[in-house]
Design a protein around this ligand. Structure first.
Ligand code: SAM
Length: 225
């Protein structure tokens, strides 16, 4: 919610172009699996468009928020990391977008996560993934009358960064609630991600990055061979 508030315009634009991209790849009623679904930014509108959506997300808190927003209760939710998810080769499209791969901080986790994506898809099904650029590894702050959000991103060594978020939310009585979260994230060079995907058996179908200019990420469509 606070992310949506602090980046409303970019967030809405990104959501629209991601949904447009999905619509060009598959038609409603198709089965979509959204890895690292968060609070359902994509899962919910896609299910409202008639897709059969499964949201995979390790954070119970995020899943609870998704369920609250999903008034029709039409999104199937699974509390799991990508790495631990066991697919059934029954999905028409998989999503792993909006920086999810940054949370995978070693090669084994990334390989296992992308293998899970592969195992969740039918033959010839498609996979939309974003690969964030180094531009996204910069600290930033957002303040308005309700929230103050300060994100500090510090390089630890090489491609590993420490991400610290300090969030202050004021209620109507001007009482502040403070949240802090710290974890590690990793920059993944495109070539490394591509090599793993090709080794697993994915084929590159298209580079969609032009549509996503300004988002700090490159977007690619792969197909399960
Ligand atoms: C920036 S959010 C993106 C949410 C969503 N994909 C979207 O487009 O709005 C990143 C999400 O990845 C989730 N995540 C972190 N580690 C993960 C893992 N190992 N497997 C799957 N999701 C993970 C986080 O909990 C968070 O909800």
């Amino acid at each position: 919610m606070t992310y949506e508030r602090s980046f409303r315009k970019l967030y809405q634009h990104l959501t629209n172009i991601t949904i447009e991209t999905v619509n060009k790849l598959v038609a409603p009623k198709a089965k979509i699996i959204d890895f690292g679904a968060g609070t359902g930014r994509l899962s919910i509108p896609l299910s409202e468009l008639g897709y059969e959506v499964t949201a995979v997300e390790p954070s119970k808190e995020m899943i609870n928020q998704l369920r609250k927003k999903d008034h029709e209760s039409s999104v199937e939710t699974v509390v799991s990391t990508m790495q631990d998810f066991k697919g059934n080769k029954d999905q028409d499209l998989a999503l792993c977008v909006f920086t999810v791969i940054l949370y995978l901080v070693d090669e084994k986790s990334l390989k296992n996560a992308l293998n899970s994506v592969y195992d969740s898809l039918k033959k010839d099904a498609v996979f939309l993934i974003d690969i964030p650029s180094r531009l996204l590894f910069n600290s930033y702050a957002y303040d308005d009358e309700k929230i103050s959000r300060h994100v500090n991103i510090k390089n630890l060594n090489g491609d590993i960064y420490e991400y610290t978020e300090n969030l202050t939310v004021s209620d109507i009585h001007h009482k502040d609630t403070v949240y802090t979260d710290t974890f590690h994230i990793k920059y993944w060079p495109k070539e490394e991600v591509f090599n793993i995907l090709l080794e697993i058996g994915f084929i590159l179908v298209s580079d969609q990055s032009e549509q996503f200019v300004g988002t700090g990420s490159q977007y690619y469509v792969f197909k399960k061979s």
